[in-house]
Write a protein that binds this ligand. Structure first.
Ligand SMILES: [Zn+2]
Length: 112
C-alpha cells in the first residue's frame, strides 16, 4: 500500500485549467508574465545614425515582460515609418518623437 493511497494526495495531477489529467492536457502553455505598461517608463530619444539619418529610439521597456514586437508594429503603423527591434530597444526611422510619445501614452506607458 502506498503512503497516500486513498487520500486526496493520491490523485494523479490534473490541469487546473481544463481539469484533464496533466498527461492528456492540451492547454497552451501559460503566457509569459507581462509587466503592465503603467508600470514601465519609456525613454524616447532622437538620434543620428550614419549618413545623417535620424531614428527615434525607445528605451527602458522590459523586453522579457513586454511584447516589444507587437509594440513595434503599432508604432510603425502610427508613425507611417519603418522600424526595427534591436537589443530590447525599438527604433523608428525619422524624428517621430511626438508621435511615438503620443502612441505610448495612449497605451498607458509612462514616459520620461
Ligand atoms: Zn489543461
Amino acid at each position: 500500500m502506498r503512503l497516500f493511497e486513498g487520500t486526496e494526495f493520491d490523485r494523479p495531477p490534473r490541469c487546473e485549467v481544463c481539469g484533464e489529467l496533466e498527461a492528456e492536457c492540451t492547454c497552451p502553455p501559460p503566457e509569459k508574465a507581462r509587466l503592465a505598461p503603467e508600470k514601465q517608463t519609456a525613454r524616447i530619444a532622437v538620434e543620428k545614425r550614419k549618413r545623417g539619418k535620424q531614428v527615434t529610439v525607445v528605451r527602458g521597456l522590459s523586453p522579457d515582460e513586454s511584447n516589444l514586437a507587437e509594440l513595434l508594429t503599432k508604432l510603425k503603423s502610427q508613425c507611417g515609418a519603418g522600424g526595427t527591434l534591436k537589443d530590447g530597444e525599438i527604433e523608428i526611422q525619422g524624428d517621430q518623437a511626438d508621435r511615438v510619445r503620443e502612441a505610448l501614452r495612449q497605451i498607458g506607458y509612462r514616459i520620461r
